[in-house]
Design a binder for this molecule. Structure first.
Ligand code: TYM
Length: 349
């Protein structure tokens, strides 16, 4: 049976990369699949979070989920720390995953930076908790942006090693094929699986980039969105790219076309055509693209922002959604964790 799981960290406000790289796919999959969407608060505290701001961010990301179109009746929306199965399974996975596997994780190297001795142990073990998030539900499909690909490969390795290490017990428990955990499949689709910074086409759009001009936040108002797009970096070439291959060689333009296509719900080819068709508008060849991009960004993001603001007016209601979602998540994860404990040889009451 197919089951979808994915999550976002409540660190600061969400941006266009989160929305186009993940959320748009989440919303679509909600129509065809059983979906579980998590606010991964335990992942957030792998780096320091001011408690008051963390609490606010957990609610705000939940509000952003709902405002973007996730329906708490169709999908399970909850926060990770309310379902202790995640942390428990993560411990077991800490004992399955190998140091050598984690040492290869590029995101740890980026986030820990030069002062690695001073990074939290949680930041290092982060991918094991992520594997636990997914496998606590035996989820089969994980819609994410491209930057999560390596973490998902690790989750697949953990699932496989667990199945191998405990094969005999898994078969004895009635799984004749010896497969307890499925191999979760990454779902990385759409024209914007890797949204880049508006200031530097070689860096991904991210919450941790110091310059706010590098990203469009879901909480940005119309003027901010327009200003950021207007000042987005382009290049000095005299003509628009002739085809998709030529577009790829121009990272800033590629990024703007990809964002436009994703927001407008069209293919990248059609996005490129819009750039070519408007190139004579002037004064720059990109003025027209920036105009249509601003229009569609404001049209899509404006209502989401307004709805987040409205939902944040009633934090108690958001907390109720999370409590309800957590209870439904627990109902799935607790029996799976009980099976895992039996398979491993732990005693439970
Ligand atoms: P996070 O919180 O960094 O990002 C949430 C989602 O947004 C995607 N994303 C992007 N997509 C395209 N372009 C970008 N510039 C961009 N920036 C972010 C991410 O790929 C992600 O899908 N480790 C995860 C959270 C997590 C998780 C999980 C995901 C924890 N447990 C289990 C899936 C399944 C993370 O830090 O995402």
């Amino acid at each position: 049976k197919e089951r979808v799981f994915s999550g976002m960290q409540p660190t600061g406000s969400l941006h266009l990369g989160n929305y186009l790289g993940a959320m748009v796919q989440w919303i679509q999959m909600q129509e065809t699949h059983e979906c579980i969407y998590c606010v991964v608060d335990l992942h957030a505290i792998t780096v320091w979070q001011e408690p008051k701001e963390l609490r606010h961010a957990i609610r705000q990301v939940t509000a952003a989920y709902i405002a973007s179109g996730l329906d708490p009746k169709k999908s399970i929306l909850f926060n990770q720390s309310q379902v202790s199965a995640h942390a428990e399974l993560a411990w077991i996975f800490n004992c399955v995953a190998r140091l050598g596997w984690l040492n290869r994780m590029t995101q740890f190297k980026e986030k820990a930076g030069k002062d690695r001795e001073n990074a939290s142990v949680g930041l290092y073990a982060y991918p094991n908790l992520m594997a636990a998030d997914i496998l606590a539900y035996r989820a089969t499909h994980v819609p994410v942006g491209e930057d999560q690909k390596q973490h998902l490969e690790l989750a697949r390795d953990i699932a496989q090693k667990f199945n191998n290490d405990f094969r005999e017990q898994i078969v004895a428990a009635g799984h004749e094929d010896g497969v307890f955990f499925p191999q979760p499949e990454p779902v990385i689709t759409g024209p914007a699986t890797r949204v880049m910074s508006l200031r530097d086409g070689t860096k991904k759009m991210s919450k941790s980039e110091p310059s706010d001009m590098s990203r469009i936040n879901l909480m940005d108002d119309t003027d901010k969105i327009a200003d950021k797009i207007k000042r987005a970096k382009t290049d000095m070439e005299p003509a628009p790219p002739t085809d998709i291959e030529a577009l790829k060689a121009r990272p800033e333009i590629d990024n703007l076309v990809g964002i436009y296509a994703a927001l407008a719900g069209i293919s990248k080819e059609e996005g490129l055509k819009a750039l070519q068709d408007t190139a004579s508008e002037g004064p720059s060849i990109f003025t027209g693209l920036k105009r249509v991009l601003t229009e569609v960004a404001v049209e899509k993001l404006g209502p989401i922002r307004a709805e987040i603001v409205r939902l944040m007016d009633d934090p108690a209601e958001i907390d109720r959604v999370l409590a309800d979602g957590s209870a439904r998540a627990r109902a799935i994860a607790v029996p799976i964790l009980a099976d895992v404990k039996d398979i491993v040889g732990l005693i439970r009451s």
